[in-house]
Structure formats: structure tokens, C-alpha cells
Design a protein around this ligand. Structure first.
Ligand SMILES: Nc1ncnc2c1ncn2[C@@H]1O[C@H](COP(=O)(O)OP(=O)(O)OP(=O)(O)O)[C@@H](O)[C@H]1O
Length: 548
């Protein structure tokens, strides 16, 4: 079986695993040495009435060697694997944050969390077990060698029977792997359903049927399917394990009862051989019980590698933005979408909603409202315009500058967003020298002063109503001071006063500051506050006819 964890460590660290393997091997040898010393001492005691002091000293030295080498191997391997997990986690999150929004859409949050938590944990817990198994394998090898010195026949029989057990195990190992892999896949569905149960707690609370259906028909079934797969894997493993054990006792019986009949082994050899075989029961158990752990660790590494490959395959080629690029683009006069097309693709690669070809020119300082029915493509076009999605074809231009991988990030930096699925941050991450007085002024303006304060660089409370959360997000937008502000139905959750304030105070103030504002709106009472209204219908702009 492939031991992927070794390749992983080798790839991820500059520390060679050789040292750990050497320590584990030494402790295995020392462990086998203990057996040889015990047998020799027993022999001496039988012949001379007591074992020699020299043997005692050697015995103590061997135990010390065993103790220190094994401790070192276990400690170093655990620390190394924790470091590997840390660096893999950091790298994956780094790659994900630099990839595009569609990559996250396609992977799904549950899958990402599952791989970075469950699989990473599986790797972490597997390490000491695997090191132990490796040490046991070395010990087993030396015990077998010792057996060979005692009796070639006993050695041959033992090797044949152990090899038989290993072959049976290997035959089942692949099936175990497939079952465990499917179980982790099924657990991703389980996490999805769990997110519906927890995320939709309130909705479910007032709708018993959905609550029950989600739990009984989906979550439980998914968990049961995962359970069946795990049980199958366990059955195969237990079968393997028991086979190895019984095989083992059969081996003992062969050595004690059968061999003496065919080979003239004297009693002393049989006793030592039996002691050696009894001595290797523990290591064999360690090796056999490490098998599922190794299989699980391999599955975990597979999952990590597959997800990273997925992120890499869709990695953007965008260069980081430079201050010069950002400055240059911020002086734009017109922003153009030229024959932009886009199509959602599901996880199987099938095409979904098509958008475009969209042609749009936005002038600096304009206040634009984008209107249209649900699902007409307003948010999608905004994600394209702001560089969150890449168009399938067409061009975005800032004046005469074509937006491409050289300047996509610099282009995105022009926008401040409050999308419908906005995220509220507790701090102004990335904003240096925040003017605390200005923040307080904005908190007062948003009429949030009785609920939220700003101290030690963070909002005191972000567990707020949707409308209040949007007001805090607006504070961030105003402080970011970007040239273009995009609001996806910001007033939708505001009371009439704040709705009015948005259209008649905030938008005019932004305009006065020279900002370009693009707002998705359904508030026809306030359409007069826009310089221009753009209507979307079935994935494209159509002339505004005065109707929603
Ligand atoms: N992440 C996604 N994956 C696949 N299809 C999507 C995704 N998001 C939106 N769509 C599809 O794209 C179409 C346009 O959606 P979009 O969110 O742009 O509409 P919208 O005009 O903003 O609607 P609303 O007014 O309801 O917010 C819809 O048919 C929707 O099903």
C-alpha cells in the first residue's frame, strides 16, 4: 500500500523524514534486542542458576535506547505532521482567497471546511499510530531474523504464514480505501444538510415538516449511507484482523505441535521460538491495526490533493495590483463592458444561465440604477463588472485600458461593494490609520450609537439585524473611499427613514465627492434620484420603458 504521508512530508518540509524513520527503526531493533536478551538471560539462568550482570547492563542499555529513540520518533513525527498540516491549510486558504468567486462556488463551503478540518485531523491522529506501526515492522523483521538464527524451518514457516496474513490484508485494503473515500464524500453531503439545519434553524422551527424532512429524509440518510460505507470498511478490517490473529495462533500451534514431528527441534529451541512468536503478537497487532489508519490517512491526503488540484486548475493568472496601476485606473472617465458574455457552469460542467452579450458604458461620477425582475441577471452583471467573475468573452475597459490579468486586481480595487450576500467584518481589516472620530461620526449618522461602539479597532457588536448590519457595512464602504460604489439592494432592509436617507442623502453625498455609484434597486419611488436607469431582462440590458 502506498504510504502517501511520507511523500506529503517530503514535499511539504525541508526536514528529512529519514531521521524519524531511523529513530523508529532503532527503537524497533532495540525492542527485538530485548527479546534476544530475555531469552539469553533465561538460558543462562537455567544453565548457571542466574543471569550475568553484563546481560543486565545490556538489558538496561537496550531499554534506554528503545525509550529514547521511540520517544524521539513519536515526538518529531507528530510535530512535523502538525507543521505540514499548518502549511497545507495556510497554502490552501491562500490559494482559495486568491482564486475567483466561481472556484469557491464550485467547491462549496462545506467541502472546503470538511477537507481542512476532518481530513487534516485524520492526518494528525494517524501519525503516532503509523510511526508505532513502522517501529513494530522493524521489530518484527529483527524478531524474524532472530527466529531464523534459532531455526531455519521455524523461520520459514513463520514468514510464510505472516506473508499469507499480509496478502489477505492487502487484497482487502483497496476495498477499504474505496469505502472510506466514499464515506468522506458522503460526509460532505452530511455537512451540507447540517448547514441547512443550523443555518435555517428559524425557518425550520416554524415548519416542522421541513425540519423533519431535512433531518429524517436527508441528513439521517446521508449519515446512514456514510455509516454503511464505514461499517463495510470496518467489517473488512475486522475480518482481516481476526484472520491475522487466528493465523497467528495456528502458527504457534504449528511451531509447538507440528514442527517437532517433522523436524528434530530440541525443547530449548521450541521454547525460544515460542517466546519469540509471543513477543511479535503485539507488533503484528500494531501493524494490522494501523492499516485502517493508513487507509484513512491516504484518503485524507487524496482529498487534500484533489481539492488543491481543483483550485490550481482554476487559478487566476491575475498579477497583484501595484499602487501605480490602481492610481491610473482610478482616474478613469469611462468604464466600458464590450460584448461581455457569461454562463454559469454547474459542478458537472453543464452550462446554466447565459448572460449577454452585454454592452455598457458608465461615465465617471454617474449614479446608475440597475433594475429588472428577479433572476434577470442584475447581480451577475455586477459580479462581472466588478471583476468577481471573468467573462466568457468580451472585454472590460477603463478608458482605453483593456482589463486583463495584468491589471484585473487593480481594476477590482476601484470598487467598494455591498452585495446582497455581503459579509460584515468586525474590523476595518487592511485599512490603516482609521480616523476614530470619523467612525464615531458615521456610527451616529447611521443611528447605531446606542447599539454599537468602535473601540480598540473593532465594532463592539456585529450580531445585529440585517438592516443594522448593512448600515455598518455602509460605514466600511464610506471609509474605504473607493471611486466606485456598488450597492445590491442596500435599502431593501432599511426602514422608510433610512431608505430615504440612502437615496436623498448618501447617494447625493457620494456623487458630490465625485464617486460613481451603481445601485441595484427596486424602489421606483426613488428612480428620479438616478442619472440613468438600466433595465435588465433575461441576461441583457433592454431599453427602460418606465416599467419595472
Ligand atoms: N452561483 C450561481 N450558480 C448558478 N447559477 C446562478 C448562480 N447565481 C445566480 N444564478 C442564476 O443566474 C440567473 C441570474 O441570477 P442573478 O442573481 O444575477 O439575478 P438577479 O437579477 O440579481 O436576481 P434578484 O433580483 O433575484 O437578486 C438566475 O437564473 C440564477 O438562477
Amino acid at each position: 500500500m502506498n504510504i502517501k504521508i511520507l511523500d506529503l512530508i517530503q514535499r511539504e518540509t525541508d526536514q528529512p523524514v529519514k531521521h524519524i524513520l531511523l529513530m523508529a527503526a532503532l527503537s524497533g531493533i532495540a525492542n527485538a534486542g530485548i527479546l534476544a536478551l530475555v531469552n539469553t538471560a533465561a538460558d543462562q539462568a537455567l544453565d548457571l542458576g542466574e543471569a550475568s550482570v553484563r546481560l543486565l547492563v545490556m538489558f538496561v542499555a537496550t531499554i534506554l535506547l528503545y525509550f529514547f529513540t521511540k520517544k524521539k520518533a513519536l515526538m518529531e513525527s507528530s510535530i512535523l505532521v502538525e507543521k505540514v498540516i499548518n502549511s497545507v491549510r495556510l497554502r490552501m486558504i491562500d490559494k482559495l482567497r486568491l482564486s475567483d468567486l466561481r472556484t469557491l462556488d464550485n467547491i462549496g463551503e462545506s467541502k472546503f471546511y470538511n477537507v481542512l478540518t476532518e481530513d487534516a485531523r485524520a492526518l494528525s491522529t494517524s501519525t503516532p499510530i503509523l510511526v508505532n506501526a513502522f517501529q513494530s515492522a522493524i521489530m518484527l523483521g529483527f524478531c524474524l531474523l532472530y527466529l531464523g538464527l534459532l531455526s531455519v524451518v521455524a523461520f520459514g514457516v513463520t514468514v510464510a504464514m505472516v506473508a499469507g496474513a499480509v496478502m489477505v490484508y492487502l487484497a482487502n485494503a483497496e476495498q477499504v480505501r474505496v469505502n472510506l473515500e466514499n464515506a468522506t464524500h458522503e460526509e460532505t453531503h452530511f455537512f451540507d444538510f447540517m448547514s441547512h439545519i443550523i443555518g435555517g434553524f428559524s425557518e425550520n422551527k416554524v415548519y416542522q415538516k421541513r425540519n423533519d424532512a431535512l433531518f429524517h429524509n436527508f441528513l439521517s440518510r446521508s449519515l446512514n449511507r456514510a455509516l454503511t460505507l464505514k461499517v463495510n470498511a470496518q467489517k473488512l478490517l475486522v475480518g482481516n484482523f481476526m484472520f491475522a490473529q487466528v493465523f497467528f495462533y495456528v502458527l504457534l500451534a504449528v511451531i509447538v505441535f507440528v514442527l517437532p514431528r517433522f523436524d528434530h527441534l530440541d525443547g530449548d529451541i521450541i521454547t525460544k521460538t515460542t517466546a519469540a512468536i509471543l513477543f511479535i503478537i503485539g507488533p503484528l497487532e500494531n501493524i494490522v491495526s494501523a492499516a485502517p489508519v493508513l487507509a484513512r490517512a491516504n484518503v485524507a491526503i487524496n482529498n487534500l490533493e484533489t481539492m488543491e488540484a481543483h483550485i490550481d486548475a482554476e487559478a487566476t493568472k491575475d498579477k497583484p495590483a501595484t499602487p501605480q496601476q490602481i492610481k491610473k485606473l482610478s482616474q478613469f472617465q469611462t468604464l466600458t463592458m464590450n460584448k461581455i458574455t457569461f454562463c454559469y457552469r454547474d459542478r458537472e460542467g453543464r452550462d446554466g444561465f447565459p448572460l449577454g452579450p452585454v454592452n455598457l458604458t458608465i461615465n465617471r461620477g454617474e449614479t446608475l440604477f440597475i433594475i429588472g425582475g428577479n433572476g434577470s441577471g442584475k447581480s451577475t452583471v455586477m459580479r462581472l463588472l466588478t471583476g468577481l467573475y471573468y467573462p466568457r468573452s468580451g472585454q472590460i475597459r477603463c478608458d482605453n485600458t483593456v482589463i486583463n490579468s495584468e491589471n484585473y486586481q487593480a481594476f477590482r480595487e476601484q470598487f467598494s461593494l455591498i452585495m446582497s450576500d455581503f459579509h460584515l467584518f468586525d474590523r476595518f481589516y487592511g485599512l490603516e490609520d482609521v480616523d476614530t472620530d470619523r467612525v464615531q461620526e458615521l456610527i451616529d449618522y447611521m443611528e447605531m450609537d446606542e447599539i454599537v461602539s468602535y473601540s480598540e479597532g473593532r465594532f463592539s457588536n456585529i450580531n445585529l439585524s440585517t438592516g443594522q448590519r448593512k448600515r455598518l457595512a455602509m460605514i466600511t464602504t464610506l471609509l474605504e473611499n473607493k471611486p466606485i460604489c456598488v450597492f445590491d439592494e442596500w435599502p431593501a432592509d432599511q426602514d422608510p427613514t433610512f431608505r430615504r436617507r440612502f437615496y436623498t442623502e448618501i447617494l447625493p453625498q457620494l456623487k458630490e465627492q465625485g464617486k460613481t455609484v451603481i445601485a441595484i434597486s427596486h424602489d421606483d419611488h426613488y428612480f428620479h434620484c438616478a442619472d440613468r436607469i438600466l433595465k435588465m431582462f433575461e441576461g441583457n440590458f433592454v431599453p427602460y420603458d418606465g416599467k419595472m
